[in-house]
Design a protein around this ligand. Structure first.
Ligand code: PLP
Length: 416
């Protein structure tokens, strides 16, 4: 991989141009040029997204759907336009299958509460995996407690892959739902999402795929994937915070009761009875995050402009480069060595506490995350409290990885 461009299926990623689009990257931290490797927690925004949101607030802001005046119509058009962009981006069949929510966490809570409370009974089972983010564990645990259903957990191997034999064995007469991630935020593992869906459907069980760490980094086509639900967050895909997406197959969403009540989600209200709005409004109670959705639409445009194939190829080059250099350091132990990985590397440095490593790296301008990454069961699986995590985006470079590795080499004697 060269520093400047990478060719993949005829498309090139012009790294200099891309980096110019991200103002935040051009600063010094503690006297060193910023190297931002915390993209799995939240990525950065290009000027195009920032400008779109600024222009919306400067010219078009009004509440959506309810007004006949010009600004309200402009805001509604932009908000619904963003929904269409998201629909096309993940190839959903219809806009009514796209529900705007606060983020992946809210999307999963919506499905757990609406679908789960309607369909789960005592003794029923919900399958999740050992590598889920807390957002795809706790809502299911809560709905299981409320309904008397039980959680069943797909184990993971030492390499951090799903044990697919065990997954197949978990299905039984009482299996009602499956919720599994497409990419582990803690280990970087890319799970065989399509196969997970196929197996669930063989048992006539609906499945939710957590696409938080996948949708910004690789092409995801919900019709090809076949999942019943897909969730992701805007702030991890170069869009604003406080906006996310629940994709749900129309027949499921139609059959599900609303989760929250209020304005926008109703058709007719009397004190005796309320009827619901059509999809997707039934699930969007109250004034939505209008600017967030419009900003997310701009992020979709931006990602489309670069191309997910080019993004994926560039990031896998970064992963390979970083893995090779980290593996050469005897004090470093990488957690998560799956065959298919996204550009996330979790590691330990000798017996050093990850916080010490991350603090010393920050002093050299390098932003990595440390902790359990909201995946405590993964840490329990490997018998550790935390890891250091470097996670890359398409605006990162091999040169930044070299600086990170050079900084780590200086940190190692200080902590080991
Ligand atoms: N699922 C995965 C795999 C994640 O990585 C995250 C965030 O790190 C979430 C869910 C939760 O996303 P949010 O906090 O944006 O709702």
């Amino acid at each position: 991989m060269t520093q400047a461009t990478i060719d993949h299926q005829g498309r090139a990623l012009d790294i200099e141009r891309v980096r110019d689009d991200f103002p935040v990257l051009h600063q010094e931290v503690h006297g060193a040029p910023l190297v931002f490797f915390d993209n799995a927690a939240s990525s950065q925004r290009p000027s195009q997204v920032i400008e779109t949101v600024r222009r919306y607030y400067e010219r078009d802001h009004a509440n959506v759907h309810r007004g006949i005046h010009t600004l309200s119509q402009r805001a509604t058009e932009a908000y619904e336009g963003a929904r269409e962009k998201v629909r096309a981006f993940i190839n959903a069949r219809a806009e009514k299958e796209i529900v705007f929510v606060r983020g992946a966490t809210e999307a999963i809570n919506l499905v757990a509460n609406s679908w789960g409370r309607r369909n789960l009974s005592p003794g029923d089972e919900v399958i999740i995996s050992h590598m889920e983010h807390h957002s795809n564990i706790v809502p299911w645990q809560m709905v299981c407690q409320a309904t008397g259903a039980k959680l069943r957990v797909i184990p993971i191997t030492d390499a951090g892959e799903l044990d697919m034999q065990a997954y197949r064995r978990l299905f039984g007469k009482r299996t009602r739902f499956v919720a599994v991630t497409a990419v582990s935020n803690a280990l970087g593992t890319v799970t065989p999402a399509k196969e997970l869906v196929r197996i669930a459907h063989d048992h006539r069980v609906p499945i939710l795929i957590d696409g938080c760490q996948a949708v910004p980094h690789m092409p995801v086509d919900v019709q090809d994937l076949g999942a019943d639900f897909l969730v992701f967050s805007g702030h991890k895909m170069f869009g604003p915070t406080g906006i996310g997406v629940l994709y749900g197959r129309e027949d499921h969403l139609e059959a599900m009761p609303p989760w929250q009540g209020g304005g926008e989600m109703i058709d007719r209200v009397t004190f005796e009875e309320t009827t619901w709005a059509d999809l997707p409004n039934k699930f969007e109670a109250g004034t939505p995050n209008i600017a967030g959705a419009i900003g997310l639409g701009a992020a979709v445009d931006y990602v489309n402009d670069i191309g997910l194939d080019a993004i994926q190829a560039w990031e896998s080059g970064l992963l390979e480069h970083a893995t090779r250099h980290l593996e050469a350091l005897p004090e470093v132990r990488i957690l998560g060595t799956a065959e298919h990985k996204a550009a996330v590397i979790s590691f330990l440095v000798g017996d050093a506490h990850p916080t010490d490593v991350a603090t010393l790296l920050d002093m050299k301008g390098i932003a990595v995350r440390t902790g359990h990454h909201c995946a405590q069961p993964v840490m329990q699986r490997f018998g550790i409290p935390a890891t250091v995590r470097a996670s890359f985006a398409f605006y990162n470079t091999p040169d930044e990885i070299d600086r990170f590795v050079a900084a780590l080499k200086k940190v190692i004697p200080m902590v080991c």
